[in-house]
Design a protein around this ligand. Sequence first.
Ligand code: UT7
Length: 335
Amino acid sequence: MNYSGKKQLVRDVRFLSSGSCVPEKVLTNQDLERMVDTSDEWITTRTGIRERRVVDPSQAASDLAAVAGQRAMEAAGVKPEDLDAIIVGTVTGDHLFPSTACLVQAKFGATRAFCMDVSAACSGFLYGCELAHSLISSGKANLVLVIGVEILSKFTDFTDRNTCVLFGDGAGAAVLGVGDESHHIVSSHLGADGRYGSLIELPAGGSRMPITPEVMEQRLHYLKVKGNEVFKLGVRGMTEACIKALDDAGMTAADVDLLVPHQANIRIIDATAKRLEIEPERVFVNIEKYGNTSAASVPIALDEAVRAGRLKEGDLLMLVVFGGGLTWGSMLVRW
Ligand code: UT7
């Protein structure tokens, strides 16, 4: 694009649709009771999770991502060749490279779209939406498919009760396009603090610690979480991110019709909603079915909220995320 003499464009951006895809196989708390020293009672009271989905060995991130993306495109009446960009939030992509976004593009032939992955752990979908917003608002793109996908089961140590009860697999997606006064992203806020990187990490498998037999013996190719510390920072981070987006819009939490938060732990969700003074009726929760699906959590919840009729045209929707990095973000949307 030649920028000389071009006037700055600033367009409203909206969510046109949503879509999701979760694997068929269900792993229940009772199944986990047979694998590690845990109980259904501990998992449900400490996390709110009753079951999660896990892929077959043959499935990878791009498989679920492509289905979720296809469903979002169908709901928006958009064809793959109409897409200007595909952005995939994931930390469990098919490969280190090529990007999962490129693999998705090839699956449905979105030949005009440029493609990239965003690595922001549980915040990946919202980070992707923020990039899509910038592309569309500036006139560089008209239609962007944003997907959040994770296959955490392949990076989970199923002998470690501290982590294996928490996570699940899945994908969620949204098509973003040009908005108008009544349907648009009102405000958003992203943040990160790399000093806390080691609180949620996958130590091995990158250039710092390639996978070797010794590494595998120490089980460093599986994700590690310092849950208790993340818990406290999560409540604070999600609350502050919401307040920032509301302040920027000149609104308060009383204006929010539906809060769709990252589904990591029911107690984190409840504590965040309580601090914001948003009662449970205005909060969407599906953690009991899927556990924490990281970047897929908010777009799956959003899609289920849409399909359950929880969002009416003109409603004020708050999306909020928090996760590894550490990263966080919020997005206030006039639906
Ligand atoms: O999306 C961002 C990523 N999300 C997260 O990182 C999760 C955030 N954190 C959490 O959800 C919670 O901190 C957990 C659910 C992970 C843990 O809950 P907690 O209330 O913070 O428990 P805790 O870590 O303080 O552990 C309490 C006890 C420990 O035993 P001791 O040392 O008190 O004897 C753990 O060993 O619970 C034990 N424990 C378990 N017991 C039965 C830990 N996992 C289990 C388990 N079953 N699965």
